[in-house]
Design a protein around this ligand. Structure first.
Ligand SMILES: O=C(O)CCC(=O)C(=O)O
Ligand SMILES: [Fe+2]
Length: 676
């Protein structure tokens, strides 16, 4: 960029892009490379992919030639300029390396705040630079950490309350002004997609429940990513709503603007929900999350975006469904170009058909329809989905189809036979420990052989709150359990385990006061030893937001590598809350799922008496559909347990859970995944 005059006046050039941060950052180098030495500074990225340039000028007339790499040119949708003093004559020519293109800049005069503003921008630039260094690590945090999403939700709600107040006064935002129109657009989007139906509820509550709902969250992240920068960078915003501007900008300087990865991650979660629960896209887009009608809906732009992301990640059937819905909606709401949607749909069908072949029908993770789809309107509606075809054929208690059983169990089915179910019952346990005589525990069998029990009302609200608030600061993205091994190659910085899309929760290890109090309670109920050197692991507290899941797995991973005393002989898992929709624990080989019930816990042995893994205890956490899920695992090690439980010379003999100290006659072993 060439600046033809020098010193005295500050110019901030904002290049608003729809490129993501990495692009913006890379691009800033490209822009920087051609910047003239008269520039004071350039920052890209932190403030929603803006490049900020401050130049000092001494004439009222200035020509700027900004040379930008051609690859970056496509990403720029707006170029506008803020000056702290009026310039009489201002020309901006934006050009690429190859050819000159004159860009129509929107001239924005932030007006005469003078040196204060210059200082403010300079300070901002320093902050931006600092922020930029942190950005790489904090990428896509809003979609991963529910607490960050909740912070964003609370913050946005406060902003919207302020904006609504300003709308009520025609002085701040004159009727028919462009800024008013933008603010109205923003506020309308908020009210149309917040978790409450009534505006008054938004005023009465700090939390709008947006972050508990996949649709509302998707719209929140999009709105803040795309619309908020446009609103606050309007030429009059800073002048008429300066305190609000400062609050917004400083909030995001401390944290970060949502990225396109955040949007993609939320969409991936929606697609996972679709894959597992096979919801009807039309109903989902009109706010139905399972059986709950919510206030958040999706329009044609959203359907188009979700379809495009599904296509990108190879979920062809889903992509076609979303794009067809997008096409239907665009004819009514006209919010995007019909041609775009039609083109993408055409393309999705072609890709689906190219990738489809008969052998795919054997694949257990199907993302196809069960036949090729024609371009005729509605043809896909008459086709079946491979997923459903396979579910119908194979789901149920069958050792080879854990994934399909998982889908069925998550959706609320149960594959236990009548005979198996007839052996289940509940009882009050008052003999396992003397303390239970005055406070018996209500226990229920969820399965017999392998025994899985649920203990009700074992932990209390206040205790849960204490554990959650102590665990919160240490939460990190969950990994699969490899913490005992050297993961140096795969480890994500600052984490102890390998992160994976198999398990999308955040967790932390809690070893404080409540850990030993709860361990005592577990000892009383199970007769096992938890306290003492290496007897059990610290409590692992996990939180799942919508879409959060853990696919079927065994808890005693590492069995082949760890010394026997370190094996996780049993799992005791607490539920900290009731989940609005979804979030069951599915025992895929046994055909039964446990619904999270606040204060209760489930317990089972992962191994046989001979120490071999009991593959029938394979289990997974179903994705949360609505709300959040908090749970905690207490893994009990085999070390000190040999004194508590009878050994056996027989192979594959199971530990039994006694009922008031009585071992019931053994039932026939269920499932058939018996392995040593
Ligand atoms: O949260 C659940 O339902 C299951 C979690 C689980 O299996 C685990 O963390 O190992
Ligand atoms: Fe598990």
């Amino acid at each position: 960029m060439q600046i033809l005059s020098s010193t005295k006046k500050a110019i901030t050039l904002w290049l608003i892009t729809d490129a993501d941060l990495v692009v913006a950052k890379a691009v800033s180098d490209q822009v920087m490379a051609v910047m003239d030495h008269k520039l004071v500074g350039l920052v890209a990225g932190s403030v929603h992919k803006l490049a900020v340039l401050v130049a000092l000028l001494d004439h009222n007339s200035v020509n700027i030639t900004c040379t930008i790499a051609p690859s970056y040119m496509d990403h720029i949708n707006t170029v506008f300029i803020c000056t702290y003093r009026d310039l009489n004559n201002f020309n901006l020519i934006v050009t690429t390396n190859k050819s000159f293109e004159t860009c129509q800049p929107t001239m924005k005069y932030l007006n005469p705040a003078g040196y204060f503003q210059l200082a403010f921008y300079s300070f901002g630039i320093i902050l931006c630079c600092v922020n930029l260094l942190q950005v790489v690590d904090s990428k896509n945090m809003y979609s991963r950490f529910i607490r960050d999403l909740q912070d964003l939700e609370r913050f946005e709600t406060r902003i919207v309350k302020n904006l609504t107040q300003s709308l009520l006064s025609s002085k701040a935002l004159p009727i028919k002004s462009e800024l008013r129109r933008l603010v109205e657009l923003y506020v309308r989007d908020f009210y149309q997609s917040c978790g409450f139906i009534q505006v008054k509820d938004v005023y009465d509550n700090e939390q709008t429940r947006i972050s508990l709902n996949p649709i509302c969250s998707y719209r929140l992240i999009r709105r803040v990513r795309d619309l908020l920068p446009v609103v606050i960078s309007h030429k009059s915003f800073f002048r008429v709503l300066r305190p609000l501007w400062t609050r917004i900008v400083s909030f995001f300087w401390k944290g970060d603007w949502p990225h396109s990865e955040d949007v993609e991650t939320v969409v991936e979660k929606i697609l996972r929900l679709q894959q597992v629960y096979d919801f009807n896209v039309e109903q989902f887009a009109s706010g139905w999350i399972s059986t709950v009608q919510t206030n958040c809906t999706l329009n044609s732009v959203h359907c188009y975006e979700i379809g495009s992301i599904a296509l990108k990640s190879g979920k062809y059937a889903a992509a076609i469904e979303w794009l067809e819905l997008g096409k239907k909606k665009v004819l009514v709401d006209r919010k995007t170009s019909l041609a775009f949607v039609e083109f993408s749909l055409w393309n999705a069908i072609d890709v689906h058909n190219t990738e489809f072949d008969e052998d795919i029908k054997l694949d257990l993770d199907p993302v196809f329809f069960d036949r090729e789809i024609s371009h005729e309107v509605g043809d896909s509606k008459s086709a079946g989905k491979l997923r459903n075809l396979q579910c119908e054929t194979y789901k149920g208690v069958n050792q080879y189809h854990d994934k399909l059983n998982y889908l069925g169990l998550c959706a609320g089915e149960n594959f236990q036979s009548e005979a198996e179910r007839s052996r289940l019952f509940c009882w009050y346990e008052f003999k396992a420990h003397p303390s239970l005589i005055i406070g018996p525990r209500k226990i229920e069998f969820l399965n017999r052989s392998p025994d899985i029990i649920r203990v009700y009302a074992l932990i209390h609200d206040k205790e849960i709150q204490e554990v959650v608030s102590d665990s919160l600061p240490g939460m990190f993205e969950s990994g699969v359990n490899l913490s005992d091994f050297d993961l140096s190659e795969n480890r994500v910085k600052g984490q102890r385990a390998l992160t994976t899309s198999y398990r999308t929760s955040v967790n932390s290890w809690y070893g404080q006061r409540m850990d030993s109090i709860w361990s005592r309670r577990i000892e009383q109920v199970t007769g096992l030893t938890l306290i003492g050197n290496g007897a059990s692991e610290n409590l692992q507290v996990a939180s799942y937001s919508f879409g959060g899941h853990y696919i079927p797995h065994m808890d005693q991973v590492g069995h082949d590598y760890l010394p026997p005393e370190k094996h996780r002989v049993a799992t005791f898992m607490f539920y900290f809350n009731d989940v609005e929709q979804g979030g069951k624990t599915a025992f895929t080989s046994l055909g039964v799922a446990a619904t999270p019930i606040k204060g209760s816990a489930v317990f089972w042995y992962n191994v046989f008496k001979d120490g071999g893994a009991d593959w029938n205890t394979m289990h997974g956490a179903c994705p949360v559909q609505l709300g959040e899920k908090w749970a905690a695992n207490k893994w009990i090690k085999s070390g000190p347990q040999f004194l508590n439980r009878k050994c056996s010379l027989k192979t594959h003999e199971r530990f039994q859970i006694p009922v008031n100290n009585v071992y019931l006659p053994a039932t026939q072993a269920q499932g058939n995944k018996i392995e040593g």
